[in-house]
Design a protein around this ligand. Sequence first.
Ligand code: CUK
Ligand code: CUA
Length: 641
Amino acid sequence: MKTIFKSLLAITVVSLVLSSCGNGGSKKGSQGALSSSAAEKVYVAPGEHDEFYAFVSGGFSGQLAVYGLPSGRLFKVIPVFSVDAEKAYGFNEETKPMLNTSHGFIPWDDSHHPDISQTNGEIDGRWVFINGNNTPRIAKIDLTTFETTEIIEIPNSAGNHSSSYVTENSEYVVAGTRFSVPFPQQDMPIDEYKGNFKGALSFISIDPEHGHMDIKFQIRMPGFDYDLSHPGRGDSHGWFFFTTYNTEEANSLLEVNASQNDKDFIAAINWKKIEEYVNNGGGKKMPANYAHNVYDEDTHTATSTMKKEVLVVDPSDVPGAIYFMPTPKSPHGCDVDPSGEYIVGSGKLAAELTIHSFSKMLKAIENKDFDGDAYGIPILSYEATLAGAVKQPGLGPLHTEFDGKGNAYTTFFISSEVVKWKLGTWEVIDRKPTYYSVGHLMIPGGNSRKPFGKYVLAMNKITKDRYLPTGPEVTQSAQLYDITGEKMELLLDFPTIGEPHYAAGCPADLLKPKSKKFFKLEDNKHEYAITSEADAKVVRDGNEVHIYMTMIRSHFAPDNIEGVQVGDKVYFHVTNLEQDYDVPHGVSMIGANTSELLIMPGQTETFVWEPKQVGVWPFYCTDFCSALHQEMQGYVRVSAK
Ligand code: CUK
Ligand code: CUA
């Protein structure tokens, strides 16, 4: 995490030692406090379904994992920003363009924050959006196929961290920038940061029908670092809130620099006002290179387009659209309660949680209750927007979610706990340890107007001795708590893929009826699709050989192929003719510099093989498909040129 935690790390170590040895818990299998009913509450009998889906970010794996709750069972890892050998994502010709960027083909990223699309402030289960932090990108996953169907790169951004949060009618998915950089990029001395580096806040419109993303405008903000964000909802719909740290605009974030200011800001952006300005022709078109990659479900093929410009708005263009709310000590999380009235700022180094009131903010704006300005943006007076504070809640507050019953749940990284407190009275109701060093937490729908306040999932950075050791690298984990009672009850912990930063959850019933079972062959518009074995063929075009191949239980057509020469580029265009649920086939080729294809019924995928040696080379089906799976095979004869 951030370097500013350094001075507090000593405390972390102490608390880790205490919690792992003090109660003797973890050595004797959990912390000894689990009731037998905990097991019952997470037990999903064989053949039964879980009640919720949880989409958990894969952190530095770049992917998104799908778990069931309450069981914690892993169902799928959806490849998003990283290549995936199992599914050939980023290996086959169809999905390679998904990972195209202005820096070329980038087969990895660091994914942090998934968020599900919303209608009227309630999650609607159409798409999940997630950010790529490193080479700034936002991806969209279609929740009928559970596949990544779109990725857009974000220009002028660096460290795409305060992303990707969705407004309450999915008007926009919003991306902030953790690093401020020269905007536009240019060669300049780093110590001229102050006043020259800028932070891009990107409002990416979502087309309501297909969810296509388009950067509608970028706000060129002062060079603070924008950490996390959340949309307003209810009365505050139309506003977006971002935490900032480094309002000092230091170019080195050693403690001495970046924690000087007693308070940083939460930036409140009236995006509706800026949208109106832009719709009336406002903003400046600036050159920018960024990739927009779309996977078409009919052709089963992605295309990548390089965009050339972006619309930029400076805060001074739209007076009265942006305000700063002072918030103590490096605020990280920025969470808005279901009513839209409370904005919770978690100052990582603060002794209390600061809660701002949206209605008081509006009044303060009306009364011009300002405490100076920063680059012309009014700073609201601290007391004027303050709704209250949760006193002495824990150490290192990060993120808050809501149960829809008037309670909030906040994670504390340093003291390793989840704290339940009451909105309005700000009193702490309960606290439960996490094992250990929790980052985000998630209640299904817990950042919408309608939370499903049954469980909270805590996502932990460190597990130490919680699981069987696996060498120096041990897993991260998630922990599930029952939150239906006054006190929270720890039910389960389970290991995760990569680092689980954040998650989005939704009722299984919302997605189950829409989940696609297979693709219809007659709808397959892939350029090289064939719909019957009779059309299977091998076509030579100079050095290129195109094999139009089909697969069905349990053979390939064609299966024995001759006429290929060393130096050829051989394209296997393979269509799965099955029209039934759960009958994929797989294929690859000995010596092929690619992974296997995993082809769903009705789908076509392509891999390329460049034979280097003469001989007769075999291929086979890689996914067990029938009693005759082992017989599903073929040969390619390769001759000298
Ligand atoms: S976070 Cu990404 S580094 Cu609190 Cu969402 Cu920690
Ligand atoms: Cu087809 Cu195994």
